[in-house]
Ligand binder design. Structure first.
Ligand code: ADP
Ligand code: MG
Length: 476
């Protein structure tokens, strides 16, 4: 559709702009028109150059990117081939003041959006760096977080992209919020915003619906640090991504800190625009890994202390070996243990732990590792894994060790030699002897058989609610 020519070119900037608008209105949807064109003020018209005043730099960038061709075309059609478009930006707190433009008051609050309940995502008070156990799994992320808290925006970690490889419950949100807590504490005057991507999207939609988009944009453009959690939820949300892309550029240009959290590798963020992903590479991309055994033990100790629970060391180790992939599950178990302990005045023993583990179903199915067998047997027999692999020949140790060897032979495909190596460097004949001894005793000793069967159920995770065998008491 071509633009109807007017017989004589209008003289004033208002007239030029109004004619342009009349045509633009036929070309864009009403929502976009109200959002992006209604706020524009014609500013000057001189020698075929039309200057329009836009509220913010972000606005300017948006118009340039999305409507430049349209406006240029309509302008050329009206005023001739020499028609050109220029902008002037109404000053905000972050753009240099235009001497002739009034300065709007700085917005510090999200606009009131009727119908939008939670404008602000409250932070978890315990998600601080102090409460985070550091290990190899998260060391780099912790170092970066500390640096960002010290000098938000001006470290090489801007943006910081924090991700896990398709895993949840490893502390991404914890670290993201710790950064917010940290900056707020170090710089009480800075405006630091934590927002999950899906809340950001709903705010955007609500702002559009209630015609306060500019307030929404101003609010986010005015932050000193923006922490966006679960960015994968922006996938496929084209409009939100466009807005976020411009916001990202604006903040980054001004050295405002940006932290982005993703539950998958950035390059696996299908549905996110390439240009956004390429921005993510400007800073630090760091992943969180599954915590190793020692770190899990430290996390459990910390959570126990927070819940004022006491647990024998072998049970702590047992728990740490039972929950391998997810720190949130560790918390779930401790919360359940605390509840059982308080509500039923139950003694926290191995059987109770098993019951709770079974309820939560945490372990990777069908995978009985040597490590797991050693820890289960050690915890059940009130000895330590170190005892099992030691040279000691104390009778109760020898029995526990033989049982563990017996289960290792049953549940793993380790050779006898390899099993020997894992049990204190014993030779192959000792392993054969151990397995034989257990088999012999199973045939003759009913008490022993009961214990072994109990353990077998535990190892297979088909444990009865209460242990009839050796009960490991809570250590006071
Ligand atoms: P994600 O966002 O990766 O899914 P979260 O940050 O929600 O995981 O973490 C799940 C739970 O595990 C949180 O309660 C968090 O406090 C806890 N957590 C994770 N990692 C650690 C750690 N290293 N030390 C202490 N607590 C942790
Ligand atoms: Mg999270």
């Amino acid at each position: 559709m071509s633009v109807p020519r007017v017989p004589s070119a209008p003289k004033t900037c208002t007239a030029v702009w109004e004619q342009c608008l009349a045509y633009i209105k036929t070309q864009v949807d009403p929502q976009s028109f109200a959002t992006w064109f209604a706020p524009i003020v014609p500013y000057r018209y001189d020698k075929q150059v039309l200057t329009i005043q836009v509220p913010t730099k972000f606005f300017y960038e948006w118009i340039e990117e999305h409507y430049f061709d349209l406006i240029s075309k309509v302008l050329r059609d009206y005023v001739g081939p020499g028609g050109r478009l220029e902008y002037t930006i109404l000053a905000t707190s972050h753009t240099p003041a235009n001497p002739v433009a009034p300065v709007p008051p700085k917005k510090t609050k999200l606009p009131k959006l009727p119908g939008l309940k939670d404008h602000f995502t409250p932070l978890h008070p315990l998600y601080t760096l102090d409460n985070l156990v550091e290990g190899d799994c998260n060391r780099l992320a912790c170092v970066a977080a500390q640096a960002i808290i010290k000098k938000p925006g001006t470290t090489p970690f801007n943006p910081m992209i924090l991700y896990t490889d398709n895993l949840v419950g490893l502390g991404k949100t914890h670290i993201a919020q710790a950064i917010v807590h940290g900056i707020r504490e170090a710089y009480p005057l800075k405006k630091v915003v934590y927002i999950p991507a899906n809340s950001f999207t709903s705010q955007f939609i609500d702002a559009l619906r209630h015609n306060v988009l500019q307030d929404f944009i101003d609010y986010y453009m005015g932050v000193d640090a923006l922490v966006m959690d679960d960015v994968q939820f922006l996938a496929g949300k084209e409009k939100t991504q466009e807005l976020f892309f411009n916001l990202f550029n604006h903040l980054h240009q001004l050295d405002r800190q940006i932290v982005i959290v993703s539950d998958r590798k950035p390059r696996e963020l299908v549905g996110l625009q390439e240009r956004l992903l390429s921005r993510f590479k400007w800073g630090l991309t760091v992943s969180l890994e599954v915590p190793d055994f020692e770190t899990r033990v430290a996390i459990i100790r910390k959570k126990l202390a927070q819940s004022q629970l006491k647990l024998a060391e072998e049970l702590v180790e047992y728990l740490a070996s039972g929950i391998e992939t997810n720190v949130r599950d560790i918390e779930g178990v401790i919360t359940s243990l605390a509840a059982h302990g308080v509500l039923q005045q139950a003694k926290i023993d191995l059987a109770l732990i098993h019951q709770v583990l079974d309820d939560i179903d945490t372990r990777v199915p069908n995978e009985v590792s040597l490590d797991y067998i050693q820890k289960t047997v050690a915890a059940h027999c009130k000895v330590s894994v170190r005892d099992l692999t030691s040279k000691s020949r104390k009778r109760e140790l020898v029995v526990a060790r033989q049982i563990a060897i017996y289960f290792t032979k049953q549940h793993t495909d380790y050779s006898l030699k390899r099993i020997g190596q894992h049990f204190g460097g014993r030779d192959h004949s000792t392993i054969v002897y151990a397995i034989q001894s257990v088999q012999d005793r199973l045939a003759t000793d009913r008490g022993f058989k009961a214990t072994v069967e109990e353990l077998k159920r535990m190892i297979n995770r088909n444990i009865a609610p209460r242990s009839r065998g050796i009960v490991v008491d809570e250590r006071k």
